[in-house]
Design a protein around this ligand. Structure first.
Ligand SMILES: [Zn+2]
Length: 226
């Protein structure tokens, strides 16, 4: 009863389009569930996403679940996961992504998920790492274990908008540090992040992990800019 009154006063709305949700809907409305732009997994290479990684390191695959565009619904979703405390939405979409990955038997491909770490100061201020929420959803559905303590982020990323690709990469080279390589030695690591624009951050982490002994490295972003 009380819940009902609360719902009338503060109706649950879709995180993507802000439409009031029906009783059976959760976090996103049915329309958005079907309609959000998804490119599909394991596209043949080279493709628009692999081009962001090709030539920088030896990697297996680079994929994303959603496409985002400036001002679009996916960008709105990602903003809420990252800055508005919507950890449950991150987990929910990670779990959905995990279910889709299961269609490709991903548990037989990847041995370990490493969510891109955020800096300790940022973690304190935000209270959570959005990449971790997403990774937990993926892990729960695929049963691929997560390692969140093997690498750490040493510095806040600087504003990279005005730098070219090589400069961005040089800046990012020392952002991550390996704490314990035993967790991923000889394993196929799937690096998971919330959003991917240039791919430089994921690449910087991927190179660290590969150099420190991972057998293979792949990349998965919940949303990527095409
Ligand atoms: Zn919606």
């Amino acid at each position: 009863m009380f819940k009902r009154i609360l719902q009338l006063l503060y109706p649950d709305v879709c995180f993507a389009c802000a439409k009031t949700l029906l009783d059976a809907e959760k976090l996103l409305c049915t329309n958005c569930l079907f309609d959000l732009p998804r490119p599909g997994f394991f596209l043949s290479k080279p493709n628009w996403l692999s081009l962001k990684f090709d030539g920088w390191m030896e990697y297996q695959d680079a994929q994303c679940f959603f496409l985002f565009s400036e001002g679009g619904r996916v960008q709105k979703i990602m903003h809420q996961i990252k800055y508005q405390g919507a950890q449950n939405l991150g987990y929910f979409l990670g779990a959905w992504c995990g279910k889709e990955l299961n269609k490709y038997n991903c548990a037989t491909i990847y041995d370990l998920i490493i969510p891109v770490p955020i800096h300790q100061e940022r973690l304190k201020e935000r209270g959570y790492n959005q990449a971790m929420c997403i990774a937990e959803g993926i892990s729960d559905k695929t049963q691929i274990p997560i390692s969140s303590q093997c690498v750490e982020r040493m510095s806040f990323s600087q504003t990279l908008i005005h730098q070219n690709r090589q400069d961005r990469f040089t800046v990012l080279e020392d952002v991550f540090q390996v704490i314990d390589s035993r967790e991923f030695l000889g394993k196929h690591v799937l690096i998971v992040d919330d959003t991917l624009t240039t791919g430089s951050t994921m690449l910087a982490l991927g190179i660290k992990v590969k150099t420190a002994g991972a057998k293979k490295v792949s990349f998965l972003a919940l949303a990527a800019l095409q």
